[in-house]
Ligand binder design. Structure first.
Ligand code: PLP
Length: 422
């Protein structure tokens, strides 16, 4: 019986994201179609995208010294200098942002970037205060929930719910209930949002940015699915950056999750701190993903890939999945899908569901369908009531057609059954 520290208990004491990644990793490792894996954030294997990775690996092998640079060397903790220069060039040219190489830091995946950023800014402060990260709209990414090294980090606000169609709704930031108190260290949103597929409007982002700026705190925008890559975004949304905005990106949803490559774009004081943290925790970052993608940033091919291959692929997957949900539930059953504006997920809401979504998850798991019950995404609420947190769930539409279609059919059967057995 080992005694674990407070940090040990926080990080190793079990978490939603830990369970989800166990489910996902084992399902993918086992292969086969017996499991309908609608649970995780695994991106699709898109043949044209994988073809490009093959080509790039062959180019790296053929170029004298390139393989050695990519796998036999440590990079500086901030990231590969040539990769960072290519990134900075892309953002200056494409978005006209006034960024230099010092505005960037690479991390071992976006997940690690969030661990560093949240704990850098919030938690116990040297003067005894305790600061928090404000999530202006939950449900929000499950992967943030357990990242506090010294206990809970979040305070959150439930959304305004707007019905936008007979079976469709959209969440909006409830600005009337958003209060930036002295203990708020930063505001954080994912855009597009995991789990809902919501894309905060330009107006919402502008208001959040102004609120953050006027309170002298950062606005963190998690752009794991956003522009310019992977650009899994189906609605109009302008990417923004400013001195007080911390933007994160990732190569994962472009199709390289195994390379663990996250990108932070922020004020140099922040990126310097992130680089320092990378050196303490991991010495340097994985560099193969950076080596694969760097020439694609320089040539602009990454933009073509995102816009002409990745985005249309997921747009079509989303459209198909919505069609299967509609077919499985029929017109008269009361269910709602969050308007699908980006990312890899459909967020379903069953008002009055007689069992919790957690129980529904268990029943579906027994039938070989993995989903993620919604309550995991409603963290940071404290005592704030949120009646529908147990009535929602997330499904991914990134997996093969058969798995998604069959998974949705079984989901509908179990939901309908939950009402019949009242
Ligand atoms: N942020 C969001 C919103 C995500 O959905 C994910 C992964 O699913 C991440 C960050 C972290 O991804 P990665 O660490 O693979 O970059």
């Amino acid at each position: 019986n080992f005694e674990f520290s407070q940090l040990g208990r926080e990080l190793a004491g079990g978490s939603g994201i830990g369970e989800l990644m166990e489910d996902l990793g084992h399902a993918l490792a086992a292969g086969g179609d017996h499991l309908k894996m609608l649970g995780g954030g695994q991106p699709a294997n898109i043949p044209e995208v994988n073809g490009l990775w093959h080509r790039r690996m062959e180019e790296i092998m053929a170029e004298p010294g390139a393989l050695e640079k990519a796998v036999a060397n440590y990079d500086p903790p901030r990231g590969n200098p040539a990769f960072i220069s290519a990134l900075a060039g892309l953002f200056r040219e494409r978005f006209d942002w006034p960024v230099t190489d010092e505005h960037f830091a690479i991390t071992a995946g976006g997940q690690t970037a969030f661990f560093f950023l949240f704990n850098l800014l919030a938690g116990p402060m040297p003067d005894g205060r305790r600061r928090k990260i404000l999530l202006p709209l939950v449900p929000e990414y499950i992967g943030y929930a357990n990242q506090g090294a010294f206990g809970d980090l979040f305070t959150a606000v439930p959304p305004q719910v707007e019905k936008t169609g007979p079976h469709e709704f959209k969440y909006r930031v409830d600005f009337d209930h958003l209060e930036i108190t002295d203990d708020i260290a930063a505001i954080c949103v994912s855009r597009p949002t995991n789990p809902t597929g919501n894309v905060l409007t330009d107006g919402e982002i502008q208001r959040l940015s102004e609120l953050a700026k006027s309170h002298g705190i950062p606005l963190i925008i998690d752009n794991a699915y956003g522009a310019p890559f992977p650009n899994i975004i189906f609605s109009a949304a302008t990417p923004v950056w400013d001195d007080h905005i911390i933007l994160t990106l990732s190569l994962s949803k472009l199709g390289l999750p195994g390379t663990r490559t996250g990108i932070v774009v922020a004020h140099p004081e922040i990126t310097r701190a992130v680089a320092e943290m990378s050196s303490v925790v991991g010495l340097a970052n994985p560099n193969l993903g950076q080596a694969i993608v760097r020439p694609l940033l320089e040539s602009g091919e990454v933009l073509r890939l995102a816009t002409e291959v990745v985005q249309p692929f997921y747009r079509e997957k989303s459209r198909q999945a919505i069609g299967w949900v509609e077919e499985a539930f029929g017109e008269n059953f009361e269910y709602y899908i969050h308007r699908s504006e980006g990312a890899l997920f459909l967020w379903l809401w069953f008002p009055g569901l007689p069992i919790t979504a957690a129980e529904l998850y268990e029943r579906l798991k027994k039938r070989g369908v993995l989903v993620v019950p919604g309550h995991y995404f409603f963290f940071g609420l404290g005592d704030t009531p949120c009646s529908y947190r147990d009535e929602c769930l997330r499904i991914s539409y990134a997996m093969g057609e058969g798995a998604v279609r069959e998974g949705v059919k079984i989901l509908a059967e179990e939901v309908v059954k939950a009402w019949k057995h009242l």
